[in-house]
Design a protein around this ligand. Structure first.
Ligand code: AMP
Length: 380
């Protein structure tokens, strides 16, 4: 199946070729024609499935003829849980929006960045991508109106609910006109997500993509049985002996992230930490450096485990295991995306062995365990 057969315009087809999107992913094959027709869609799909383009492309097509009048009324509202996802979705709107003959103004707004430029910038915006809290602040200060929203997208709805945005989401829904197109994406279909579906979706097309399993199969997973004190040397050993150029390392606390990055720098490795205690500006900059290959090692807390797309990231290291098996999958899901293979390595201390067994069971895969005592870590 080709993108042309899905009903997309020649301008978008050309942009897809430029972006090296050869053929539509399964979620795109199903969702694009339905969204073009104005249908509601429920997409149960993960980051990595191609879900973003599955709604961005048809929304852009449907905007033809609707973007000429400038006001503070947005036409399309995309609500997302995190700043990172907001920026990533905006990039996709801009990349494909630029290919069109009619102008589409897309903007991302989120907390942690100053509100004034966002208030000013909203005039004339057609597509707004927003985190819930900042969106409501902007509505409250009359910087925008949601009264004429024609299309609503809730992306990573499960995460939004897990992050405690339920009240904000309900307030946002109450501000929208009753007649609109609703597109809801969620990695899981929990009871809470289902409640929202029932509240907002009308006769939706349901698309379920088992991306979690697909992408996991693309990843070579290994684990090292280590003692806490061996983790630092083992990390440096792996980076140096495998000549790793771009590594994402996960820790479970902000303190640990800073500590690990510090130690790496002291050992001459180009590393930085990123987490919730850093300013938005610093986080954006770190991520940019890392994506562009100017930063070799990015040490992050779970903040980054979902929602950011780093293509072809070859290596993820769990310096500490995440609490939930789901987070484990999201962390290592950075690799093996867009059909390219990756490596995921976990450091497993004795007290985490049982927890790691549960992770493997939930994931349905057994991970090879290497005894670190068989490796000579002297000098690392
Ligand atoms: P998403 O699930 O939306 O985060 O997309 C995951 C990744 O797949 C992103 O890097 C996209 O650029 C890429 N992608 C999405 N659709 C396609 C496609 N049809 N062909 C190739 N790459 C794609």
């Amino acid at each position: 199946m080709s993108f042309t057969s899905l009903g997309l315009s020649p301008a978008l087809i050309k942009a897809l070729v430029n972006q090296k999107y050869d053929k539509p992913y399964p979620i795109q094959q199903k969702a694009i024609p339905a969204i073009l027709k104005g249908k509601d869609v429920l997409g149960i799909a993960q980051t990595g499935s191609g879900k973003t383009a599955s709604y961005v492309l048809p929304i852009l097509m449907n905007l033809e003829g609707k973007t000429t009048t400038k006001s503070r009324n947005v036409n399309t509202l995309v609500v997302v849980p995190t700043r990172e996802l907001a920026m990533q979705v905006k990039e996709v709107f801009i990349t494909f929006g630029n290919a069109l003959a009619y102008p589409v103004q897309s903007m991302a707004v989120f907390g942690g960045a100053s509100i004034n430029p966002q208030m000013k910038g909203l005039y004339g915006v057609n597509v707004l991508i927003a985190t819930p809290g900042r969106l409501l602040e902007l509505v409250d200060s009359k910087a925008l109106s949601l009264a004429q929203v024609e299309t609503l997208v809730l992306d990573e709805a499960d995460k939004m609910l897990n992050m405690g945005f339920k009240d904000e989401m309900n307030r946002i829904l109450a501000l929208l006109p009753p007649k609109r197109q609703n597109l809801l994406f969620s990695a899981t279909l929990s009871k809470e997500v289902n409640n929202i579906n029932q509240l907002i979706l009308h006769d939706p097309l349901v698309v379920k993509i088992e991306a979690e399993v697909e992408s996991i199969d693309l990843i070579n997973q290994t684990a090292y049985a280590v003692e806490e004190g061996q983790k630092g040397p083992l990390l440096r050993y792996l980076i140096k002996t495998k000549d790793l150029k771009q590594v994402l390392v996960f820790t479970s606390s902000v303190y640990k992230a800073d500590h690990v990055a510090d130690k790496l720098r002291k050992n001459g490795i180009n590393a930085e930490a990123t987490h919730s205690k850093r300013s938005q500006g610093a986080r954006t900059e770190r991520l940019r450096e890392f994506k562009e290959g100017r930063l070799q090692v990015l040490v992050a807390t779970d903040l980054l485990s979902r929602g950011i797309d780093i293509e072809f990231l070859p290596y993820v290291i769990n310096y500490e295991l995440p609490r939930s098996p789901k987070d484990y999958v999201h962390r290592i899901g950075r690799t093996g995306r867009a059909e390219s293979p990756g490596e995921a390595v976990s450091f497993v201390a004795a007290e985490d062995q049982h927890h790691f067994k549960i992770i493997q069971k939930k994931m349905g895969k057994t991970v090879e365990m290497i005894e670190v005592d068989n490796i000579d870590l002297k000098g690392y």
